[in-house]
Write a protein that binds this ligand. Structure first.
Ligand code: SF4
Length: 357
């Protein structure tokens, strides 16, 4: 059974979600190694042997958030200890420093703060964030605002999602992070992120981003309460979304990034339910390989998260179907506040060393 699925994948065929589940259910070391080897071969065929990375800076402009995702150790209420909100000079300084250090990209995401407005509008605030980055250096690529942030701005200002996306693009956003996807299954989302977009809304906003000319990445938060079937349904929804983008001539999804759950500092109920603090590397690697096999004909770039897995784990993932090791980040708050052991930044030399390993 496993052999037949892998043979079909090697012929360049798309495997089905049920076949993906069968691959995720293997327990024998030899079978896992066969899956790894096929993922590695497909990675080579689809993108070659070059491992990519980006010199980027993360700017998490605020951790004040109106929502209460059950996995989130980053959010704070406005009056809570540890709440922060980076002011305009701080944003400018971070972007200027990034540009001076050779960064080509700023990745910007933050909490959903209803107070974050200019002249009463959220969109004006988010546009000013982008303009401030561009004022520091017009050449910085701005990879910013999750589909959840797009929905939040639209709701606050009574605008359509498309209007928000077009305005953000016009002011200089170059691409959207495909975060807030978590697991695209509403029964999981009700436990993980009950106030976030539904799965259908997430897919619709990302599809609209593609339509207005904004490519996106795609993600999955894995290794918590979701089943193997839900993992494969998630990957299938991403594959279908990309197929729609491609048939319409859009660039669509540029990359898939697996984000294994880190529970160490997460709110207690979910942490207790999951029952561990750090990701299980073996599970993350097998899912990494299956994601390559399942998505690779449509989404060729696959990135592990060194923040979640540590650099050694991410380096190992390069043997399991990944071809991109991500960015140096310069500072990372969201996962490190959740207790991740991977650190908050890497030097370029560290990333190059991991790639060469
Ligand atoms: S994951 Fe994002 S939306 Fe959810 S609570 Fe944390 S900061 Fe807010």
């Amino acid at each position: 059974m496993i052999e037949k699925i892998l043979d079909r994948a090697l012929l360049g065929e798309d495997i089905s979600p049920a076949e993906g589940v069968a691959l995720l259910q293997v327990t024998e070391t030899a079978e896992k190694e066969a899956i790894r080897a096929v993922a590695d071969t497909l990675r080579y065929r689809q993108v070659g042997d070059t491992v990519t990375y980006v010199l980027n800076r993360n700017i998490n402009y605020t951790n004040i958030c109106e929502q209460h995702c059950s996995f989130c150790a980053f959010r704070r209420d406005a009056d809570q200890a540890g709440a922060y909100w980076v002011d305009w000079s701080g944003i400018l300084a971070k972007a200027s420093e990034a540009a001076a250090l050779g960064a080509t990209e700023v990745c910007m995401q933050g909490g959903l703060n209803p107070q974050a407005k200019i002249n009463g509008t959220s969109l004006a605030y988010y546009c000013k964030l982008v303009e401030t980055i561009k004022a520091a250096s017009p050449n910085l690529h701005v990879h910013a605002f999750s589909p959840q942030e797009v929905q939040f701005i639209a709701r606050e200002d009574g605008l359509s999602w498309e209007t928000v996306l077009v305005a953000l693009k016009d002011v200089g956003v170059g691409s959207l992070p495909g975060t807030a996807a978590e697991v695209l299954d509403d029964s999981v989302r009700r436990i993980l992120c009950p106030e976030k977009t539904t799965a259908t809304e997430w897919l619709e906003i990302v599809g609209l981003a593609h339509q207005v000319g904004l490519p996106t990445t795609s993600t999955m938060l894995s290794g918590h309460i979701e089943t193997l079937t839900q993992q494969m349904v998630h990957l299938d929804l991403l594959r279908q979304l990309q197929q729609r983008a491609r048939s319409a001539g859009y660039r669509g999804i540029t990359e898939f990034i697996l984000l294994p759950f880190v529970g160490q500092e997460a709110p207690k109920p979910l942490r207790r339910r999951v029952g561990r603090d750090q990701p299980v590397l073996a599970d993350a690697l097998l899912l990494t390989a299956v994601a390559r096999i399942f998505l690779g004909n449509w989404i060729v770039n696959h990135q592990p998260s060194w923040v979640k897995l540590g650099l050694a784990g991410a380096t190992e993932a390069l043997r399991w179907g990944c071809n991109d090791i991500g960015g140096i980040l310069m500072e990372e708050h969201i996962t490190s506040m959740a207790g991740a052991m991977g650190g908050t930044c890497q030097s370029e030399a560290d990333l190059v060393g991991a790639i060469a390993h």
